[in-house]
Design a protein around this ligand. Structure first.
Ligand SMILES: Cc1cc2nc3c(=O)[nH]c(=O)nc-3n(C[C@H](O)[C@H](O)[C@H](O)COP(=O)(O)OP(=O)(O)OC[C@H]3O[C@@H](n4cnc5c(N)ncnc54)[C@H](O)[C@@H]3O)c2cc1C
Length: 466
């Protein structure tokens, strides 16, 4: 429980509606993954950076642990809050402050939802290229804190590449404002990167200046059926070369995933027969629809003539494009297989086929009736595995984790390509980070949050006890 005196001091900082307790907390969902009820002792909802700073200063003085919350679409329990922890939600800080069309850039508060940013950019003829299935709920503070990837990393990079300036508040309330709307800035350490991807353990992100790009004037999308894994990297290379740098997504769905999202109760119908082992969604963004479409179709023709593509559907309209992407985005279908364990690993593409075969063989030996869906941002070396083995208990989870993570170290892989570490993967961090790297992470954590009040226990085990 949080000290009532502290709660009343926090309420005087944040004003009416700024501090929620009791049923107002318990009735809140804990997010897309768990769908339980919130355990936190209270939710504090500051309205600006000064209030975040005052809230953290008071919590720091009191040694009160704090868990930052955005849209709660995180997939690794990074927002998990125990009874003694206090949530700082950025949901009321949802203003778009400025769009600089010449920059081009957009200045936003941390609680703005991704889709609102995309739409505002579009209204100015610009684009914020970050895109993912949780676009309607994920907030920019959460996306920055997890360094989210998504569907277009192959072309535009991860969130880190799209943040020009950043403001964050340290555990003791100090405001670090690096709100520079410039791409090139080598004046000393680039401090914003400490907060990007650190999952709320080093500071609370309050505002950001985002990099915008010109709105693409053309988009070409295809669904490609592929017979052999070895064809996938060759298709990727061929499309990269043939599309003059405009390839903006290269997503791969293994057969089981495709069947799941094209069979009722899923709403999408199969645009290609359900018999291919692999399906690619290729997407290119350019500047002139007619010639870009011709170049796109010529590139697809080449891979078909070379025998790399088994069959292909090209979107001829926005609604056909949406129908293709709707398959990839329909991850809600996993809920048919509750309980399931979700993974987000990365490795060089050349290792993927053997890795997936190894995981499947080990699962079959241990859990004969398991179901394993594989899909992901293959162009970025990123695979998602969603696995159902019947039981959801901790022993089953550890066995499955051992199988999925076991083959990564020897393949220069990572236990988290884009979702982060949170609580869920922290025990496995040493599999893909050296002792020296982990020691430096702990040193940073201790320097920036000596009392260990910020998102305690996330990312690094026992960081707070240092
Ligand atoms: C359907 C679906 C599809 C998804 N697809 C992708 C994908 O393609 N790529 C991808 O990378 N992720 C994906 N995700 C995961 C998720 O959307 C991202 O991790 C997202 O960045 C989380 O944003 P959020 O606002 O929901 O953050 P939350 O879930 O609220 O928080 C996530 C973490 O960030 C911290 N945090 C939140 N806000 C702040 C802040 N202002 N300051 C400091 N720390 C903060 C939290 O403490 C927590 O550790 C998907 C999730 C869903 C449900």
């Amino acid at each position: 429980m949080t000290n009532p005196k502290l709660l009343s001091r926090l309420a005087s900082v944040t004003g009416p509606g700024g501090v929620l307790t009791g049923e107002d907390v318990q009735n809140r969902s804990t997010g897309w993954i768990s769908r339980g009820s919130m355990q936190a002792s209270a939710i504090v909802r500051p309205r600006n950076t000064a209030e975040v700073s005052a809230v953290l200063r008071l919590c720091h003085e009191a040694g009160q642990p704090v868990v930052p919350h955005g849209g709660l679409t995180g997939l690794v329990e990074g927002g998990h809050a125990d009874r003694h922890e206090l949530v700082v939600s950025l949901e009321l800080m949802n203003g778009i402050e400025e769009v600089d069309e010449n920059g081009p850039s957009m200045t936003v508060e941390a609680g703005v939802v991704l889709q609102a940013i995309q739409q505002r950019a579009e209204a100015s003829g610009l684009m914020f290229p970050l895109d993912l299935g949780a676009r309607g709920s994920a907030m920019i503070g959460g996306l920055i804190s997890t360094n989210a990837g998504g569907n277009r990393v192959i072309r535009y990079g991860m969130t880190r590449n799209l943040v020009l300036g950043l403001e964050a508040v340290l555990a003791d309330g100090t405001v670090i404002s690096s709100m520079y709307p410039i791409i090139k800035n080598n004046s000393g350490y680039d401090l914003k990167h400490l907060f990007i991807g650190s999952e709320g353990t080093l500071g609370v992100v309050t505002r950001a200046i985002l990099r915008l790009l010109p709105q693409p004037r053309s988009q070409c999308t295809a669904l490609i059926g592929v017979h052999e894994f070895g064809h996938l990297p060759r298709i990727l290379r061929s499309l990269h070369a043939g599309l003059g740098g405009t390839l903006s997504a290269f997503e791969v769905m293994w057969n089981e995933f495709y069947r799941l999202v094209t069979t009722p109760p899923a709403r999408q119908t199969a645009l290609l027969p359900q018999t291919f082992p692999y399906y690619v969604i290729a997407d290119a963004q350019g500047s002139d629809q007619k010639p870009d479409q011709e170049r796109f179709e010529a590139a697809l023709e080449r891979i078909t003539d070379e025998g790399l593509a088994g069959d292909c559907v090209v979107a001829m309209s926005a609604s056909e494009r949406q129908a293709i992407w709707a398959m990839r985005d329909d991850v809600d279908q996993f809920h048919q297989f509750r309980p399931w364990f979700g993974f987000d690993v990365s490795m060089p593409i050349r290792h993927m086929e053997a890795y997936v075969a190894e995981v499947r063989a080990a699962l079959a030996a241990k859990f004969p009736s398991h179901v394993c869906f594989v899909f992901g941002h293959m162009g970025d070396g990123n695979l998602h595995l969603n696995i159902h083995v019947g039981s959801g208990d901790i022993e089953a989870r550890h066995e499955v984790e051992g199988i999925v993570y076991g083959g990564l170290g020897s393949r220069q892989g990572s236990v988290s390509a884009e979702h982060g570490i949170g609580l869920e993967k922290r025990a496995y961090l040493p599999l893909c980070r050296t002792e020296q790297e982990l020691a430096l992470m702990r040193t940073l954590k201790h320097a920036m949050d000596p009392k260990g009040i910020l998102n305690p226990g996330k990312v690094l085990i026992q960081a707070s006890s240092l």
